[in-house]
Design a protein around this ligand. Structure first.
Ligand code: NAD
Length: 356
């Protein structure tokens, strides 16, 4: 066996239908006494419900979280946390809300813990990665202070996630696991989590597509989100995440949709340099002899998830610039970054051409 290093991340996970009921116990165990509850404007009601459950342990609600954490929103939340003397945040929502909690924790004086209650499958709650957007540029970094201390996964809270966002959010999770399987700092533990995450995610997609309120399928999807998010938090991501970051940040494309469209094309690009990863992805998808890239593409197309950048707001004139940005800096990827081949990859993703 190849020698490896694996650093376990110190977070506590409580998983199960109805686990929101343990919020009081969990905030107490975490040592939180003055929680600021965070949410997006659309989730303000859930945030107020959470604050009511916390009683005197909640000092306020800030329901202004926005996609990609604009610096102005981060500053306003930090100011509110300071004004109220908050010592922790309870973030209920998707990656945008957890991201806001991270922005507050990053600049807090002294210990500031996050309790995350994820309601999408993006996986941010399992990572020490934060992002902040200033002047149209999104910057990301890693800091263990932003890793949520406790995560409450309650699949019931995902029943309201509309089917299109549910599906693309699951592909977002699958993308973390796929890139984790060929990461050069990957290891047998993250590979196990990645393969099991893809398997659980792929099994949830047809069931949710038939019945979006299928609670068993919601459990599998959230379990996959946890596993895939853990992989994202543990190993370095490659071309796929770089492209999605660029397309999302520069062209303001919707996060989960971009991941869904780009993934099969990056897998096709990387396949010759990552055979073992591709066969593990294929095995997890259960697509037999079909390639991993075709398997992902067909899974999206069959269930009505987007497969073309042109359908999610990408201007064709921006493909050259996106290519330039993707090859501008070096980052780990199994196949070297070749400008011409990446430009072709983006064209196929733009047109929605089936890989292979
Ligand atoms: P999101 O958090 O922006 O949520 C999308 C929309 O869905 C919002 O309007 C939200 O209110 C709504 N929503 C969320 N849960 C719902 C539910 N259960 N029912 C009904 N509506 C619901 O989307 P996201 O895809 O979870 O997160 C995307 C953001 O997270 C991006 O900014 C991305 O960069 C970031 N992200 C960061 C990491 C990390 O490790 N730092 C990982 C993944 C994603």
């Amino acid at each position: 066996m190849t020698p490896f290093t694996y650093t376990a991340k110190p977070s506590r996970v409580v998983f199960g239908v109805g686990s929101l009921q343990f919020l009081g116990r969990e905030i107490e165990m975490m040592g939180g006494k003055r929680a600021l509850v965070l949410a997006t404007p659309g989730h303000a009601e859930s945030a107020r419900r959470v604050a009511a459950m916390l009683g005197p342990r909640a000092v306020g609600v800030f329901a202004e979280a926005r996609m990609h954490v604009p610096i102005e929103t981060a500053r306003a939340a930090r100011e509110e946390a300071r004004r109220l003397g908050a010592d922790c945040a309870v973030a209920i929502g998707g990656g945008s809300t957890v991201g806001l909690g991270k922005a507050v924790a990053l600049e807090a004086e002294g210990d500031f813990a996050i309790l995350a209650i994820p309601t999408t499958y993006a996986g941010s709650e399992m990572t020490p990665i934060y992002g902040l957007t200033e002047g149209g540029m999104k910057k990301t970094g890693r800091d263990v202070r932003v890793l949520p201390k406790t995560v409450l996964y309650d699949p019931e809270l995902t029943l309201t996630l509309p089917l299109p966002l549910s599906l693309t959010s699951i592909f977002n999770a699958i993308a973390h696991a796929c890139e984790g399987l060929y990461a050069d700092d990957g290891n047998p533990i993250t590979a196990l989590m990645a393969e099991e995450g893809i398997r659980a995610a792929a099994s949830a997609i047809p069931r949710l597509s038939r019945e979006p309120r299928d609670l068993d399928a919601r459990c599998d999807a959230l379990y996959a989100a946890w596993l895939c998010g853990s992989v994202l938090g543990s190993v370095a991501m490659g071309l796929h995440h770089k492209l999605c970051h660029t397309l999302g940040g520069t062209f303001n494309l919707p996060h989960a949709e971009v991941h869904t469209v780009i993934l099969p094309h990056v897998l096709a690009y990387n396949a010759p340099a990552a055979r073992e990863a591709m066969s593990r992805i294929g095995r997890a998808l259960g697509t037999g002899s079909q390639s991993a890239s075709m398997g992902i593409f067909d899974l999206a197309r069959t269930h009505g998830a987007p497969t073309a950048l042109r359908d999610i707001g990408m201007p064709e004139a921006g493909l050259d610039r996106a290519t330039d940005l993707a090859v501008q800096s070096q980052y780990p990827n199994p196949r070297p970054l070749e400008r011409g081949a990446i430009r072709e990859l983006l064209q196929r993703a733009f047109d929605g051409t089936r890989p292979g």
